[in-house]
Design a protein. Structure first.
Length: 191
């Protein structure tokens, strides 16, 4: 209840503009209850961040991606991971991005999330390369940069929030564009 109230307010008005008193009011509890049971705003946001990988089922999805023997499937699975993050936890990521501008600890947490995203893109590009699926002349590092850039959460927020695309439309467009940009036109043999 308190975490849900914090998330709603962080998302709607930003981390810096939200007070703990507003969170308590929204949750229907006393201000002292928030501090005694959870803590201040940084603790609330950290607790929300801790939910991200678990709620988006990232560990399981990452294992399936790395086990795949088809380059196109690997790419699709990577886009699915970022879609799942956007769909299930985009509000938490947006709250963290907002907090990064006002709190150095949250800025570090946000940068850590971005680094994890880039690492995931790099591992995906390396897996595709190991399967012989990268387009001729495309280095894994360049493929990872393209993949990481196009699958950032801000891309999902823009296409879905600003332009009204669905998650399905966004995912399919990303898979299509990344297939054309990253993968060989010849189907490599699965290993």
């Amino acid at each position: 209840m308190i975490l849900d109230a914090a998330l709603a307010l962080f998302t709607s008005q930003g981390y810096g503009a939200t007070s703990v008193a507003e969170i308590a009011d929204r949750a229907g509890v006393a201000l002292a209850t928030v501090y005694a049971s959870v803590g201040g705003k940084p603790v609330l946001l950290r607790l929300l961040i801790d939910r991200v990988d678990e709620r988006a089922d990232i560990p399981h999805q990452a294992r399936e991606l790395l086990a795949s023997t088809d380059a196109s499937d690997v790419l699709r699975r990577q886009v699915t991971i970022t879609r799942t993050l956007a769909e299930r936890m985009g509000d938490v990521i947006a709250a963290l991005a907002s907090a990064a501008g006002t709190d150095s600890e949250m800025a570090a947490a946000y940068q850590d999330g971005l680094a994890r995203h880039r690492t995931g893109a790099q591992l995906t590009a390396e897996r595709i390369a190991a399967l012989g699926g990268l387009r001729a002349g495309l280095a894994p590092e360049r493929a990872a940069a393209m993949l990481a850039s196009l699958t950032q959460q801000c891309v999902y927020r823009s296409l879905i929030g600003t332009y009204g695309w669905s998650f399905d439309e966004t995912q399919e467009w990303l898979v299509e564009i990344l297939n054309r940009q990253l993968l060989t036109t010849e189907a490599p043999n699965a290993t």
